[in-house]
Design a protein around this ligand. Structure first.
Ligand code: GDP
Length: 324
């Protein structure tokens, strides 16, 4: 029997990479999208990765339980990947209640829909390294205490624990992947890697004269989305659901990440990068560094793409897009 996967947030970066990954494995892939009256469905990532005509989409919203119930009843999925969220940290200070409704309560809506209509479906929750926030241990693992530092991270923490709770309360095969930052040419323009690679390409082509950044001393453990979606799938293939940190085990400053992009295009970092205090956050996560050893031991998962290769791939893709 062909397996059916249902993906919330299918139009996002991870939704696109996961769709491609699952289709290549022979899955039928269904997705939930929010349609807007003026822009329709945001399909550019699914088009870019070449799966737009291979996935089946339903209109729905994590904030709307009845839409989730209807879709689960219709699809009867074997696996559900909950990737949808208001996921931009900075916006979460502007819209903390919306962030809570979607990023936190939305998880319960999805779990409730499954519990009533398809309780044997396997569930993946996209948890986030931002939950570690003000880090309590220098290297963060599944046992590190959380200390969220933004409304987004607070909401993700709820999503994580409700996933654990449904697993323990109702015996649902629900796993939480605590994924550290993961990027790709499909990363949203508001995230720092993509902002940097797009700006570097623009500067190289003479379309922009400088790049404004906030706290470039912040450090992140950056991996590639293509590697990370495989870890999501592996979690749902295990006999027992569990929680896993997915990370590279290396951390890099925003400054050095930016220098990789600038050096690749032979641009002078000091000449083009300007610090804009308005881009600093009300509360910062200074450093994240994950320990992926449980994922390696239990899932056999390891990252395969280096930060250097990923940033260069992103710069090349941005150059190509801009030249078109
Ligand atoms: P996050 O870890 O989910 O918040 O991912 P981001 O890519 O949005 O931000 C990563 C880090 O880069 C944070 O510590 C930001 O404060 C820092 N940063 C510095 N300048 C910028 C900027 O101009 N835009 C963004 N998004 N982040 C920036």
């Amino acid at each position: 029997m062909t397996k059916r996967a249902l993906i919330t947030g299918i139009s996002g970066q991870d939704g696109a990479y996961l769709s491609k990954f699952l289709l290549d494995k022979g899955y039928e892939v269904y997705g939930i999208v929010r349609r807007s009256s003026h822009r329709g469905v945001d399909n550019h990532r699914l088009l870019w990765i070449g799966v737009w005509d291979k996935v089946k989409l339903f209109d729905g919203d994590l904030g709307d339980l009845s839409s989730l119930m209807r879709i689960v009843n219709e699809v009867m999925p074997d696996e559900v990947y909950n990737l949808a969220a208001q996921s931009f940290v900075t916006s979460s200070w502007q819209q903390p209640i919306l962030t809570a409704n979607i990023t936190a309560i939305g998880v319960t809506n999805m779990l409730e829909a499954l519990r009533s209509a398809k309780p044997d479906a396997r569930f993946y929750q996209a948890s986030s390294s931002e939950m570690f926030g003000l880090i309590q241990e220098s290297v963060q693992s599944e046992t590190t205490p959380f200390y969220p530092r933004s409304p987004y991270a607070v909401a993700k923490l709820y999503g994580h624990w409700i996933t654990v709770n449904y697993r323990e309360s109702y015996n649902i095969h629900a796993s939480s992947g605590i994924l550290f930052n993961h990027e790709s040419p499909l990363r949203g323009a508001e995230f720092v890697t993509r902002k940097v690679t797009t700006a570097a390409a623009m500067i190289k082509l003479g379309l922009q004269s400088e790049l404004k950044l906030g706290n470039i001393d912040a450090k992140r453990d950056w991996g590639h989305a293509r590697d990370y979606v495989e870890a999501m799938w592996l979690m749902l293939q295990q006999d027992r659901p569990d929680d896993y940190v997915i990370a590279t085990g290396k951390t890099t400053t925003v400054r050095d990440m930016c220098k990789i992009a600038m050096d690749y295009l032979e641009l002078d970092f000091d000449k083009f990068v300007k610090i804009d205090p308005d881009l600093y956050r009300p509360a910062e996560v200074d450093i994240l560094l994950g320990d992926p050893s449980k994922a390696k031991a239990k899932l056999g998962w390891e990252p395969s793409i280096t930060l250097e290769d990923m940033i260069r791939e992103m710069v090349d893709a941005d150059l190509e897009r801009l030249k078109k």
